[in-house]
Design a protein. Structure first.
Length: 423
């Protein structure tokens, strides 16, 4: 037994990069006349539609008891109905609100936590294409699972390739984390690309059934689904057929996790939801009741209003507006000598390559472009190596949120230009 009151797992966790950056910003702002422009955290400046607020207020007025009493573990029935309808409108897939939809506290991170608790045992291997969301690594460590990173060379355009996925799978593989739009690159996985990956998974799962091994599970993480302007594709819509005419439906092994945060500006509501086969949702509900019971009733009522059909146009317009700001911002950055700011396929982040200035940034006493830009331009971002730990190739990449106003982004571009030209 080690000599700390804290568990070894908790001691091994890294500080949250997003919340850590917030603390650095506060420190700088307290001692600087020029305030930091925060492009580090993934929110839109556009507030949530006020009709969401009104729905909560009216619900409290009409049925306050339901707000303050225990709610169903899987969420209010009316919300599960609304989620089922919204998913069908967005993805063309129908998940039964009775037993294939579950609402989770803690946002999408809460949904992922429930999925991990339900599906992973210690030492199970989980394949994660990189660069990707930094919290996967720490959340897997909390479950004592083994993350198997697969670095994607062309993370802007091609993404994870079937041969890479095939090479990473072993008998210990329990899960593969995929999605329709990836943070930080904005890479969108088309239906054709998803099907090619699905072929690999299905072949293994057919063989595993013969060997009495558990099926590989797909965690399909979709926070940016509404920021795919042509609409998202979904791996669980695909059914594989092998040469012997054996079929395998990817829906049987896929858990979709998403929520209203990025779509409707409801980050503080901390509601997420899961769409998965009934047998998985049943077990996830058993896990959730022992973790944190159910999602906050206020958040459930707010999410229900967001899921209404009239809000679809609101969500789409929010995505269009943020995309316009993103395009303008990348134009300004690409006009700076040596800056490579690809326009992402989807989402509202950009993943910018400042490697042209790497040697000068190092000579100026900074380890990363992120640290240099924060100190000298007073613009906060997330450094590339947080999305693929130890990957030197990404040392001078920065991820920036383009959900801010056009004026804010223009000021950020001006500051970055001045800082780089000073090197």
């Amino acid at each position: 037994m080690h000599n700390s009151v804290f568990s070894q797992t908790s001691l091994a966790l890294r500080d949250s990069i997003t919340h850590g950056t917030k603390a650095k910003i506060a420190s700088i702002n307290a001692n600087s006349e020029q305030q930091v422009i925060d492009l580090s955290i993934g929110t839109l400046d556009d507030m949530a539609d006020t009709r969401i607020d009104d729905a909560v207020i009216n619900f409290i007025k009409n049925d306050a008891r339901a707000i303050h009493e225990f709610a169903p573990v899987t969420g209010f029935a009316f919300l599960r109905e609304s989620i089922s309808d919204r998913v069908f409108r967005l993805r063309g897939l129908r998940y039964s609100p009775a037993d294939e939809v579950m609402v989770t506290p803690g946002g999408i991170k809460g949904a992922i936590t429930v999925a991990f608790h339900t599906l992973l045992d210690p030492k199970d291997e989980v394949i994660v294409p990189l660069p990707n969301w930094p919290h996967y690594a720490d959340m897997l460590a909390l479950h004592d699972a083994t993350m198997v990173p697969v670095f994607v060379d062309d993370f802007y355009q091609q993404g994870l390739q079937p041969a890479q996925l095939e090479a990473a799978i072993t008998d210990q593989t329990k899960m593969i984390i995929l999605g329709d739009c990836v943070n930080p690159s904005g890479k969108i996985y088309s239906y054709k690309e998803q099907c090619k990956l699905a072929d690999v998974i299905a072949k293994h799962n057919i063989e595993r059934a013969k060997r009495d091994l558990p099926a590989i599970q797909v965690l399909f993480d979709c926070p940016y689904e509404s920021h795919i302007l042509d609409g998202p594709d979904t791996i669980s819509a695909y059914t594989f057929t092998d040469k012997d005419h054996t079929q395998y439906a990817l829906r049987d092994c896929t858990t979709i996790v998403t929520g209203p945060g990025k779509t409707y500006g409801m980050h503080g509501d901390r509601a997420g939801y899961i769409c998965a086969p009934a047998k998985l949702v049943s077990m996830m509900a058993r896990v959730q009741v022992n973790l944190n019971s159910f999602a906050a009733t206020y958040a459930q009522v707010a999410t229900n209003e967001a899921m209404q059909a009239y809000m679809d146009d609101i969500a789409h317009q929010r995505a269009i507006d943020s995309r316009a700001n993103l395009q303008n911002y990348t134009d300004l950055l690409n006009a700076i000598e040596g800056v490579i700011a690809p326009v992402p396929q989807g989402g509202f982040f950009i993943f910018v390559d400042l490697s042209h200035y790497g040697d000068k940034i190092t000579a100026a006493g900074f380890d990363t472009a992120q640290a240099f830009i924060l100190e000298k331009a007073k613009v906060a971002s997330i450094g590339g190596m947080h999305f693929a730990e130890g990957c030197e190739q990404l040392r001078h990449f920065i991820r920036m949120n383009c959900g801010r106003t056009k004026a804010t982004l223009e000021e950020a571009a001006s500051r970055i230009r001045q800082a780089l030209e000073s090197l």
